[in-house]
Ligand binder design. Structure first.
Ligand code: SF4
Length: 329
C-alpha cells in the first residue's frame, strides 16, 4: 500500500514585512500596515495548537525584514526586542517549552544566525525556487540561485535537516526545472540533509503577469523529481494548491504541513483539506502522520539538545524512530 505522509502543524506568520519584491507575492505588506506578532499572540496560538494535537509549528516571515526602514522601531514597540533573529529564536523557544517542534522558513539569514536558529528548530527550510534568473525576482536580491544554493549548502555544513523545493510557473522553462532538481540532488549528495523537496505551483495575484501552471507541468515535474532525486528525499506537493485527484498518487511521498487551526497565510485563498476527507478519497493510500524532522534524522548527529529534550519528553523519539516516513512504492 502506498504511504503518503503529512505533518499536523500550526502556521505562524511572525511578520509580513519583507525586503524582497517578488512579482507573485500575496504576503508582503508595507511596514505601516504590516503585522508583527506579539509574544502573547504567539503563546496563545501555541497553546491552542498543543490542545489540538499539533506537533509542528511553522514559523514564517518576509525575508530580512530588519533591512526595511522603520521595521526595527515597530519591532521594538510591539515586542520589546531590538533584534529580529532574537525574537524569532524566542518564539521557537516558546514552542519547545509547550512541547511543539519548530520548523522555521524565514528566508535567507546570516550564517551565525542560521547556526543559532538550528539550536531551536527540528528542521529548517528555504525554497530553491529555481536556478533561472527570472523577471519575477528582479527586485528580490536573495532570490538569486547562488544566494539560495549557498544558504542550503550552509545548512548542510551545519547538519540541519532541511526542506527545499521548486516554485513552478514563475517564468522558468522545463530545462530550468531539471537543472533545479539536479542542483538539489547535488546538495543532498554532498551533505545528506535534504529530507524533502516541495513542488509548488505558483498562485499569483490577479494583477500579476504570471499564471498557475497547468496540471501537466506539475505531473511532468513530479516524474522528473522521482527520476532525479535520490530515493531518500521525499517528493512533496501542497494539497491545498494541487488537486490530488488529478495527479498519479504514486508520484507523491508527502503533503507537508497540514494545519487544522490556521490558514495558509502565503496562499490565503487555498485552505487545506482535512486528512479524513483525503482518506475517503484515496482508500488505497495510507496517510501517515510524521514529525517535521523525518525518522532517518532522529539521532544526535542531526538534533540539538533543546529539540532532543522536547522529543524525549513528548515520547516521540522512540515512537517515530521506529517508523519509516515514506515509501517510494
Ligand atoms: S520573499 Fe516571500 S514575502 Fe518576500 S516578496 Fe518574495 S514571496 Fe513575498
Amino acid at each position: 500500500m502506498k504511504t503518503v505522509t503529512y505533518s499536523k502543524n500550526v502556521f505562524i506568520p511572525l511578520t509580513t514585512v519583507c525586503a524582497n519584491n517578488c512579482t507573485y507575492c500575496h504576503f508582503k505588506e508595507a511596514v505601516s500596515e504590516a503585522k508583527i506578532m506579539s509574544m502573547d499572540e504567539i503563546q496563545d496560538i501555541l497553546q491552542k495548537a498543543k490542545e489540538a494535537g499539533c506537533k509542528e509549528v511553522l514559523f514564517t516571515c518576509g525575508t530580512k525584514p530588519e533591512q526595511v526602514s522603520d521595521f526595527k522601531k515597530k519591532l521594538q514597540q510591539k515586542t520589546g526586542f531590538d533584534s529580529w533573529i532574537s525574537f524569532v529564536i524566542a518564539a521557537c523557544q516558546e514552542a519547545l517549552k509547550q512541547g511543539l517542534l519548530p520548523h522555521s522558513n524565514i528566508g535567507v539569514v546570516e550564517k551565525d544566525e542560521l547556526k543559532e536558529l538550528a539550536n531551536y528548530n527540528a528542521s529548517l527550510g528555504l525554497m530553491l525556487e529555481t536556478t533561472a534568473d527570472l523577471k519575477a525576482h528582479t527586485h528580490s536580491p536573495t532570490k538569486t540561485f547562488e544566494v539560495r544554493r549557498d544558504f542550503i549548502a550552509a545548512a548542510g555544513e551545519l547538519k540541519i535537516p532541511f526542506t527545499s523545493g521548486l516554485l513552478l510557473g514563475i517564468g522558468e522553462s522545463r530545462q530550468d526545472r531539471i537543472a533545479s532538481l539536479e542542483e538539489l540532488k547535488k546538495l543532498f549528495q554532498q551533505y545528506g540533509h535534504l529530507q524533502e523537496v516541495i513542488l509548488q505551483p505558483v498562485d499569483p495575484p490577479s494583477n500579476s503577469h504570471l499564471f498557475t501552471p497547468k496540471v501537466e507541468v506539475l505531473i511532468d515535474t513530479l516524474q522528473l523529481a522521482n527520476e532525479i532525486l535520490a530515493e531518500d528525499i521525499a517528493v512533496q506537493v501542497p494539497p491545498n494548491l494541487v488537486d490530488l485527484e488529478e495527479i498519479p498518487v504514486e508520484l507523491i511521498d508527502d503533503l507537508g504541513g497540514v494545519s487544522t487551526l490556521t490558514p495558509d497565510y502565503i496562499n490565503p485563498d487555498h485552505q487545506w483539506p482535512k486528512i479524513k476527507e483525503l482518506k475517503n478519497l484515496f482508500p488505497e493510500v495510507e496517510f501517515q502522520e510524521r514529525l517535521p524532522i523525518y525518522s532517518q534524522y532522529l539521532n544526535q548527529k542531526w538534533i540539538r539538545k533543546s529539540v532532543w529534550d522536547c522529543l524525549q519528553s513528548e515520547g516521540w523519539l522512540d515512537e517515530y524512530r521506529a517508523k519509516r516516513d515514506f515509501s517510494k512504492s
